[in-house]
Design a protein around this ligand. Sequence first.
Ligand code: FUB
Length: 439
Amino acid sequence: MTTQGIPKAFIKPAGHNPVITSIYTADPSAHVWEDGRIYIYASHDIDPPRGCDLMDAYHVFSSDDLVNWVDEGEILHSRDVAWGRPEGGFMWAPDCAYKDGTYYFYYPHPSGSDWNDTWKIGVATSDKPASGFVDQGYIEGLGGFAMIDPCVFVDDDSRAYMYYGGGSKCQGGELGEDMMSIKGSMQDMTGLEDFHEAAWVFKRGGLYYLTYADNLEDNNRMRYATSRHPLGPWTYQGIFLEPTGCSTTHGSVVEYKGQWYLFYHNQDISGHGNLRSVCIDSLHFNEDGTIQTVVQTKSSVKPVGEAPEAEISAYYAASVSTTGGGAEVTGGSGAEAVVRGLDAGGAYCEFGGVDGGSGGRAAMYIHYSTDEALAKLNLTVNGHAYTLINAPGTGSGKEAVGVASFTVRLQPGTQNTIRLTGGHGRIAVGGLSVSRFEE
Ligand code: FUB
């Protein structure tokens, strides 16, 4: 094992859509918090896909420049929800709000095996934006229809409003001071045309906007309506995101560093409607406050400001001693060494003695190359198998210029073992950078 030759931080030269590539993420709710960073709260599609029922957990991603995103790790899993569906899964589109030092994470989840009739809005809280969330139960007294896709909007006067809905019905109501109860009752949001799901509310220049997915079969679009009051009545305004190629659509509109953006998902990496990926594009308003149709780009948005380089705690280079089960090392014994043959059964690349510091979250940056359009790796940490990690194509060059990242929890000390096995396609692994989070 070596900690020599730590590669320079891997800043992407320009933006790309999708912006999150290492795992499949959907339903992005973006927020700018007091630390000036922007955070995406996303749901997680499970590979291989099987509908939306297996969606098991949420990840948070943060950025200073909209181009370089840090996977902050998993913040809540269905197994952490004591009141939840016994079989787990169904961790659908979430949102997060901040009030008086506490982050409130809202997520839809069924409380029973009969998932479609038992939706609840769960709440988990933390004093940090991207870790430490603990489930607090669900909001009592709601029910009666598909209560999915909660969105919480906190107004300038600190009053907070919750919206949710699926199956053509959208409701909104004011949250109590505790952010976990409803003042009065939820009411129907009127004036929306062809509402399907994915409500999102924001405010600009005194005008409230409610965006949502419509019902266009297998090709949902995003529509919006406006109002002078956070709970409507709403005036329908039109479509502002045409089909993305994915059967579902879901997004959030946010201002960051003086410009407006739409966060949404598509299926460009996978070609599969249940393996979605988060994208960002610019959003522009007309002088009368209406929204221009968002242009979906491959290049995403330009970086806004400087992003600090990733701080790498240690780098573990691939070598003969990291190789097993029939995998082989090529490229010599130095920084150019790569482990190949991981696509063969039983082959692996294993980094032992990985330093977890005092224990806790650490980002794994896997340096790789692949001439496949999309290769995949299995990541196992201390015997625990995580999700498949995507490794998008890097071309036929031999250098490990690709970086796939995933944040896990490490044990304190140097007894951590990270094992990579093939998940799909030819892939060469050059090394592993580990970046521990300061908790
Ligand atoms: O991701 C699961 C569901 O698909 C969401 O709750 C909907 O908005 C749709 O994106």
